[in-house]
Ligand binder design. Structure first.
Ligand code: ZN
Ligand code: ZN
Length: 131
């Protein structure tokens, strides 16, 4: 088999799920998985917990290709988990579909679940309310 492991990983990373925020960074290596998510407004960083690569339970993996595939699978699972946990840190604005940190969120806004500050300011201006 002549599969190039790093090109395989790149391919899998490109087909991963859509991240919650627009800007994310991947800190994963062969042994651990970790991701950063950034507020869609101010770029405030949230770092996911560290996930450990478990080698699928195997102690020794002889083939590099097999290891890469197991790694990619666990990497994707870790990313999905991080994405879920990020939802507890970021707030969703139903107006502009952005995910923002608490600083950029106006939870006081009376409409349904709150809006990001940018959208709530626009709405307040439009309604002549104090900002
Ligand atoms: Zn923010
Ligand atoms: Zn908004």
């Amino acid at each position: 088999m002549t599969t190039n492991v790093s090109s395989l990983i790149l391919l899998i990373m490109r087909t991963m799920g859509i991240p919650l925020t627009k800007h994310t960074t991947n800190h994963s290596d062969w042994n651990t998985f970790k991701f950063s998510f950034f507020c869609d407004h101010c770029d405030k960083e949230w770092v996911s917990p560290l996930f450990l690569f478990t080698s699928g339970g195997f102690t020794v993996i002889e083939h590099e290709e097999t290891k890469a595939l197991i790694w990619a699978y666990e990497h994707q699972k870790a990313f999905e988990q991080a994405n879920l946990e990020a939802q507890f840190f970021f707030n969703y604005c139903s107006e502009c579909n952005k995910w923002v940190c608490d600083n950029c969120f106006d939870a006081e806004w009376s409409d349904n679940h709150g809006l990001c500050k940018e959208c709530s300011e626009k709405k307040k201006k439009a309604a002549n309310l104090p900002i």
